[in-house]
Design a protein around this ligand. Structure first.
Ligand SMILES: [Zn+2]
Ligand SMILES: [Zn+2]
Length: 743
């Protein structure tokens, strides 16, 4: 490699410009594309990433880089190429993309390795020394005796714990020069305390075996293989296929990334991977949002150095700096949490497909309910479709029963939280000592506090939503901005004592169920009850061992959990997602019902699912009921085509927001006029309209929706138009390409 004279860098702070610096001789050997450097910038210094190495530069007043941060280049050339693609596709500056690509802790290089004190005998310690010491200092002798038995250095803390002796005793031994204390860098291992029992390959059924063969073929010839969509019903054994194809990739000297939604990244999931590859120490790295900065640093280096060969993680693990990448798996590819809701607003599944193309590796997207986009890609031949239609061990698909809440209301005047049919089904399970899951995608006790006299609801002062009443904290709370308020005694608007609670969330379901079944052990699992990290594991453990009869929860319990003794699932209100102003509302409802229903009957007894709804004949509910993915897909696809929505057209959503309603509106309208001038007729441009969620965190919001097929071109035109339009200082415009959040 030639030594570079100059480098082109981007500075971490968003300035949207690439700058040239010269490379001092002392650094020339070590600086390359992807290196992290410290450079003088204006009158300070700043951190930057090297984008290119140059022989010459025409820039004026070039200054030298000050230092190299870290050793080897932090990102590879192919990751840099991926970053550039993301910037162009997602209409977003490169330095913003870099922020996602390189974790904060690596970019800043402030957190290092953890240092730990190790104990080692200095010379061979004989019994005489110990006996001599015993007379004067018995505790030191006891400790020395333990140290004499060590065959390798041991962490001091561990030794002292084991012997129940103190640090002072240890220091005394060191002072006598009998032992040596040495600081060494050690890795923080978030899974150090866990024991994994090695597992071996399970036998595959015919469908699974065929799928594995196809994936193995793709591994062998990735440059001609298409992305694979693995469509397998819940319980069809997709994970086993993942595990065996990773094994193949490893045997061929390749590495693998497995993306799972954050919510499914449970200890149970990690364990399945760690235990399968247990014989290869340290081969699995796990990346998720609960890691400490230090743990993140260590896991990243474990991957970057090549020691870890399998990475499991949520969204951002798609950027894991593995070399010789052979396989990327995106499990639950339809999950909307793969979409990042802040800049860069990327979708990890789509980034995975592009990374696979750049790195020439195989990519497998798995789901029981594929997204419309992916399934469309499969039916049109862009992707290869592999189907698993059978549950492993011939388990039956659960029986879905629809409960019409309109009729329940006719009977009872108000619709009960639990219909009679669902209550009876729960009672029957309690009798048989089987378990029940009740699902409601809404937290809190009552979802609003209304005045029955004047009709006013208690709304959040910062957002246009009603405040939710939480009984455990006896306060009203906003789920969007976190604002809380005391519960007023009288209506603050008309001063009448006429306040009523309306709507209900998981907290109320829990209390109703406990009341109806006083002998049952009921637990709730949602963001409110699971604030402690340990609470989650504990609840799952208790549910697994049968200490909990009924588990009430939000989507936290909808995904991936596998409990053989759950034979009943109740969906308290299937309509919640259906009525959102979002073209994906039907798709989400279908997916959610299918996924939640999949939690029932994972053991020997067939499962039963009760779906409570006010719209029993809506297509999403009917197709889910009959486990009819193809029928649902056809119907939904026709609707999308009629309305020019994805997968037929790409969408871009621009949100213009400000504390001043008038200024936000005016800016949005001006932007629409400018876009009209620069966009061709091939693109559909909507008017500036108030967002469905008009006010959020004190900001008024306006939406502009654009659609078109040539997304790269549309993205570029939007960026150019925005760059030329000076917005008032208190107005912000954000661009979301392929948006999932339309509120
Ligand atoms: Zn009132
Ligand atoms: Zn709010």
């Amino acid at each position: 490699m030639m030594k570079p004279n100059y480098v082109r860098v981007i500075i971490d702070r968003a300035i949207q410009r690439e700058l040239d610096y010269s490379v001092p001789d002392t650094l020339a050997d070590r600086v390359g594309i992807g290196s992290r450097v410290r450079v003088p910038f204006r009158d300070k210094s700043a951190l930057a990433t090297v984008l290119a190495t140059l022989e010459q530069s025409d820039a004026k007043g070039i200054r030298p880089i000050e230092a190299l941060v870290g050793e080897a280049p932090a990102i590879s050339e192919s990751l840099l190429e991926l970053a550039k693609w993301m910037g162009a596709y997602y209409c977003c500056p490169l330095e913003t993309v870099m922020r996602s690509l390189l974790p904060q802790v690596i970019r800043r290089a402030e957190v290092g390795w953890k240092k730990q004190l190790f104990v080692q005998p200095l010379t061979k310690i004989d019994t005489d020394t110990i006996d001599n010491l015993r007379k004067r200092a018995p505790r030191q002798a006891e400790l020395l005796e333990a140290i004499a038995k060590l065959d390798k250095p041991m962490p001091a803390a561990q030794l002292l714990r084991k012997t129940s002796l103190d640090n002072q005793t240890l220091r005394a031994l060191a002072k006598r020069e009998l032992i040596e204390l040495r600081e060494e860098a050690v890795e923080r291992d978030p899974h150090a305390d866990e024991q994994f029992i090695a597992t071996t390959n399970l036998e595959l059924n015919a469908e699974q075996a065929l799928a594995l063969t196809k994936i193995t073929d793709a591994l062998a010839a990735p440059e001609i293989a298409k992305p694979i969509l693995l469509h397998g019903v819940t319980g069809s054994g997709k994970t086993e296929i993942y595990l065996q194809s990773i094994r193949t990739a490893l045997e061929r000297g390749k590495t693998a990334i497995v993306l799972v939604p954050e919510i499914s990244l449970t200890p149970q999931t990690v364990e399945r991977f760690k235990s399968r590859f247990d014989e290869m120490h340290d081969v699995v790295a796990v990346l998720h949002s609960h890691l400490s900065e230090g743990e993140r640093h260590d896991e990243w280096h474990k991957i970057h150095s090549g020691r870890a060969r399998i990475v499991i993680g949520a969204r951002s693990a798609v950027f894991a700096p593995l070399k010789d990448l052979g396989l990327i798996i995106v499990d639950e590819e339809h999950e909307t949490t793969y979409k990042q809701e802040e800049a860069p607003r990327y979708h990890a599944r789509d980034v995975a497909v592009v990374r696979a193309k750049i790195e020439k590796c195989a990519v497998v997207l798995g789901s029981a309910t594929p997204s419309l986009e992916s399934y469309h890609n499969a039916t049109t031949g862009k992707y290869e479709l592999l189907s698993l239609t059978q549950r492993v061990d011939d388990q039956q698909m659960p029986l879905m029963r629809i409960v019409d809440l309109r009729q329940e209301r006719r009977k009872e005047k108000i619709a009960p939280i639990l219909s009679e049919k669902l209550s009876q089904a729960i009672a029957a399970r309690l009798e048989k000592r089987e378990q029940t899951i009740l699902f409601l995608n809404r937290r809190g006790f009552s979802t609003s506090l209304l005045c029955s006299n004047c009709g006013e609801a208690r709304n959040c002062p910062n957002c246009s939503v009603a405040l939710t009443f939480h009984r455990h904290m006896a306060r009203l709370s906003c789920h969007l901005c976190g604002h809380t308020a005391a519960v007023p005694k009288k209506c603050p608007t008309c001063a009448k004592d006429a306040l009523i609670y309306a709507g209900f969330g998981t907290e109320k379901v829990e209390s109703t169920v406990s009341h109806l079944f006083p002998k049952a052990n009921v637990r709730r699992m949602d963001a409110d009850s699971m604030t402690r990290k340990e609470a989650y594991r504990e609840t799952l453990r208790n549910f697994r061992t049968g200490k909990i009869d009924i588990l009430v929860g939000t989507q936290m319990i909808a995904k991936g959990l596998h409990f053989p003794n759950v034979t009943l699932v109740g969906i308290i209100n299937a309509d919640l997602a259906l009525h959102l102003p979002d073209f994906r509302a039907g798709e989400r409802t279908f997916q959610l019902l299918t996924q939640v229903a999949g939690r029932a009957g994972r053991g020997e007894t067939a499962g039963e699912v009760f779906v409570q709804t006010y719209t029993p004949f809506s297509p999403s509910i009917q197709f889910a009921r009959h486990h009819d993915f193809a029928g649902y897909f056809q119907q939904e696809l026709e609707f999308r085509e009629r309305c020019d929505f994805p997968p037929f057209k790409h969408a871009i959503l621009i949100t213009v927001r400000s504390e001043h309603e008038g200024r936000a509106k005016l800016s949005a309208e001006t932007l629409v006029r400018r876009l009209k001038e620069s966009l061709g007729a091939e693109f559909i441009l909507g008017d500036a309209t108030p967002a469905p969620l008009e006010k959020l965190q004190g900001q008024f919001r306006f939406h502009i929706l654009l659609r078109g097929e040539a997304i790269m071109r549309l993205s570029r035109l939007v960026r150019e138009t925005l760059d030329k339009l000076p917005l008032p200082e208190d107005v912000v415009a954000t661009v979301d390409v392929d948006p999932y959040q339309l509120l």
